[in-house]
Design a protein around this ligand. Sequence first.
Ligand code: CA
Length: 231
Amino acid sequence: MGKILVVEDEGSIRELIVLNLEMAEYEVVEAATAEAALELFTAAPESFKCAILDIMLPGMNGFTLCENIRAASPVVGIVMLSAKSLEADKIRALSIGADDYMTKPFSISELKARIDALCRRISRSQVTVEESSRLVSGNFVLDEKSRVMMKNGQPIDLTQVEFQIMELFFRNSGTALVRDKILEGVWGENYYGDVKIVDVNIRRLRMKIEDEPSNPQHILTVWGYGYRWNP
Ligand code: CA
């Protein structure tokens, strides 16, 4: 099933999360600091399925921890917790590789639902890896084994979410996809978040794959609707 890493310095919140995940039969590893968490994570990155990271931590903060965890594993699911409902924090978290973001105080059942959805998505994408390993679209190739995208033979590292958006685009090449459909296709039907998360990821994907991100030629905006992949 894979372990869940819970990083939170406030003992009562950490206990609440750990207890609820354990009741749902997850194997949980907890840490009160980013430094301790990073040591646990980097010792065996592949043994973790998801990580829940608080942003405000003593010493290294959750953003830096997120970047380090993402560097150690492109596939682990990351949910960030913040005491502030700042749009800038949310966008920052998503742009450094977090898959999801929740503002405190949060509902523990909603957090659990989001972890369930993230784990399901990761399991689903791991099944696909075994079935076929390469998807080709124009000069682009998605290697489902290494989770790397190639453009003209050059590798581009993608996060789990970015990779799944590209898979959706590749399988619907030339078709305008409404943002809700992308949200549902990548984050799952039971996702509670808003469609802005799609826009944040598209912006980041354009930075990675377009020659001129401000004048995209491949991920096209369909105004008032969504996006279309043009290989
Ligand atoms: Ca904290």
